[in-house]
Design a binder for this molecule. Structure first.
Ligand code: ATP
Length: 382
């Protein structure tokens, strides 16, 4: 839910669901406008002498818990999560379906009221001072859905800027820059409904950025985009982070996007953060091998049997037989070969493929007892 950029809310007592009735924050106070001009980068201490420069994290979360329901049926969607997100970085949230990513993001945004824990945005507690905390935060939680399709691209930018409390005329230059950087300038006066899906997605990103948000949350921002549009969007995100100090929290099932664009990855499983590291460190830390096997004898029944025991990442059917990618550790590799031999599978080709983020993800979430949901696995049944 995009919630028009206003996130401060309180629990909806009527439904008891934990969803919030949004409490609109339509204007920035003079104090907030000032804090914008001079971002918080110094925290007073009580020692003499020069103050050490210290920038609070863009987002810090401490001991966050969110349960849905009561008693034995209760679901702990977020389970004692603590994390910090550095200003000027892109952090990816990865996790199987139902792991708790959306609830975590919504809890940070104040769209769901957590049971325990604190959330600070740029050092400001969101529950004590929601307007101030959320003044420079925006989110795109359901892709293009919440832009106004009857308005033109430019009108959408102006509309969302206005409701974030900024006079759109005062940021006309920023709007023109966004239109040009996101390759939307030619379509600026076209109603959003007449644009392609990729264009609509870019309009959503532009409207998220139009009001000057400095911390943005993006849920599946590349979903449904063609390769070219997805790359443009990823390039633009990196540029905004590197040149303008934007902070991005990005949730995606697309491992390639996360691997390419994120400085750091948080893997969420059963409501907890089970890994928190750079992509490189996660790749270095794996002891899994990804084995690619091609054989004319790889038929559905054998693949099903392998799937019961191994993490099958990708399957490709050939006219005769097929190819599968399996991740396993050293011991598993011997077992895999033994099983294939026992099943009479003639190995046409076996090779090791460099592990990628998907392999690491499978390893981490399998260890947690999760059934990993990845593109390859879902596509793979033959
Ligand atoms: N409003 C709600 N009421 C009850 N249970 C909920 C509610 N929202 C989420 N849950 C449950 O909380 C758990 C975490 O869900 P959440 O949507 O946060 O996961 P997710 O990681 O975002 O999943 P996905 O990748 O499928 O979007 C799930 O078991 C889900 O069914």
């Amino acid at each position: 839910m995009r919630d028009d950029g206003r996130f401060a809310g309180r629990q909806n007592e009527a439904t008891g669901t934990g969803e919030t009735a949004a409490e609109p924050v339509l204007e920035r106070s003079a104090e907030q406008s000032n804090s914008r001009a001079e971002p918080i980068d110094r925290v007073a201490d009580d020692t003499d002498g020069p103050l050490p420069a210290r920038r609070p994290p863009a987002v810090s979360v401490d001991g966050l818990c969110k349960r849905f329901g009561d008693g034995p049926e209760a679901i702990t969607a977020v389970d004692d999560v603590s994390l910090e997100i550095e200003t000027g970085s892109i952090v990816g949230l990865l996790g199987p379906n139902g792991a708790g990513k959306t609830t975590l993001i919504k809890s940070i945004l104040g769209m769901v009221f957590p049971d325990e824990g604190t959330v600070r945005i740029r050092g400001v507690d969101v529950y004590d001072r929601p307007r101030e905390a959320y003044a420079f935060v925006d989110a795109m939680l359901e892709g293009a859905r919440n832009d106004y399709w009857r308005l033109t691209v430019r009108e959408n930018l102006r509309y969302f800027t206005t409701i974030s409390g900024v006079d759109p005329d005062s940021v006309r230059g920023r709007h023109e820059r966004l239109l040009s950087q996101l390759e939307l300038a030619e379509k600026a006066d076209v109603p959003v409904r007449d644009l392609s899906r990729g264009m609509k997605q870019k309009v959503s990103l532009a409207t998220v950025l139009a009001g000057g948000a400095e911390v943005i949350f993006l849920d599946e921002p590349t979903l449904g985009l063609d390769v070219e549009s997805s790359r443009t969007l990823q390039r633009e995100l990196r540029r905004l982070v590197e040149e303008e100090g934007l902070t991005v929290v990005l949730s995606s099932h697309d491992m390639d996007v996360v691997e390419t664009v994120c400085d750091r990855v948080l893997v969420v499983s059963n409501g907890r953060i089970i890994a928190d590291d750079t992509v490189d460190a996660l790749l270095r830390g794996t002891d899994r091998h990804r084995i690619r096997i091609s054989s004319p004898d790889l038929v559905g029944s054998i693949v099903s049997e392998l799937r019961n025991r191994f993490a099958v990442i990708e399957i490709e059917a050939f006219d005769t037989g097929g190819r599968i990618d399996v991740t396993t550790d050293g011991d598993g590799l011997y077992e895999l070969m033994a099983r294939l031999r026992a099943a009479g599978v003639a190995l046409e080709r076996v090779r090791t493929v460099e592990p990628d983020l998907e392999d690491v993800f499978v390893e981490l979430t399998s260890a947690e007892g999760e059934e990993p949901t990845t593109r390859g696995v879902e596509e793979g049944e033959r």
